[in-house]
Design a protein around this ligand. Structure first.
Ligand SMILES: [Cu+2]
Length: 238
């Protein structure tokens, strides 16, 4: 093989390597498990959160990307985080089930998860995987199509993530500990939540924050739905 042809081959391989690198990206997040106070149903409670928010922060990535999440546990007991729906072939060490693929992250310690996306696309979620801590420690993973590709349906006018949850007035750990000690069913939740709020039918429920409008239809028949208060969607026409 002549030098010229070898040079062409090396150049071609370099170009292919650069092209592959351009297709996928890495993302870095810091999750701090910490206690925070929240008021719902007219009562204030202290509960475990990520970065003091409920629901927790949304992770944004593209198909094929890799996400590194450094979880710092400033809580009172060991916790793991699971990346629900991410297949992670040959990477179970970052899957998260407590005492199955890893020991819980102890208070005062941290652990960096390597979340490898393959063919996942759409909205998944992450959640704590230790007892009932997942009720307050969870959030969305929004995975957009890879760069240069399109949605498997007409591109949406806008996107809005809706997270459904449960609200317990009492301390979650106390509820499950009591049920296990008594051998009885744990108490049921006091309300359901949409993006962290119980809704207008419950007392002391605030407006949903950061709710962008939802667009529906196309052309001259577009309808915009805007979440003005929890449980209340107001219709605006263009
Ligand atoms: Cu899960």
């Amino acid at each position: 093989m002549g030098i010229c042809r070898l040079g062409f081959l090396v150049g071609f391989l370099w170009f292919m390597a650069m092209d592959c690198m351009a297709q996928s990206n890495t993302h870095h997040y810091n999750f701090v498990l910490q206690q925070a106070q929240f008021t719902r149903l007219c009562e204030t409670k202290t509960m475990l959160t990520v970065n003091g928010s409920f629901p927790g922060p949304t992770i944004h990535a593209r198909r094929g990307d890799t996400i590194y999440v450094n979880v710092h546990n400033e809580g009172e007991y060991g916790v793991t985080i699971h990346w629900h729906g991410v297949k992670q072939p040959r990477n179970p060490w970052s899957d998260g089930p407590e005492n199955i693929t890893q020991c819980p992250i102890q208070p005062g310690k941290n652990f960096t998860y390597e979340v490898i996306l393959s063919n996942e696309e759409g909205t998944l979620w992450w959640h704590a995987h230790s007892d009932w801590s997942r009720a307050t420690v969870h959030g969305a993973i929004v995975i957009s199509p890879a760069r240069g590709t399109t949605y498997p349906f007409p591109a949406p006018h806008a996107e809005q993530t809706i997270i459904l949850g449960s609200w317990f007035k009492d301390d979650l750990k106390a509820i499950i500990d009591d049920a296990l000690a008594a051998g009885s069913e744990p108490a049921i939740s006091n309300s359901l939540t949409i993006n962290g709020q119980p809704g207008d039918l419950y007392p002391c429920s605030a407006a949903m924050l950061n709710m962008d409008p939802i667009f529906q239809g196309s052309g001259s028949s577009i309808v915009i739905w805007r979440g003005t208060r929890a449980g209340a969607w107001t219709r605006f026409s263009l």
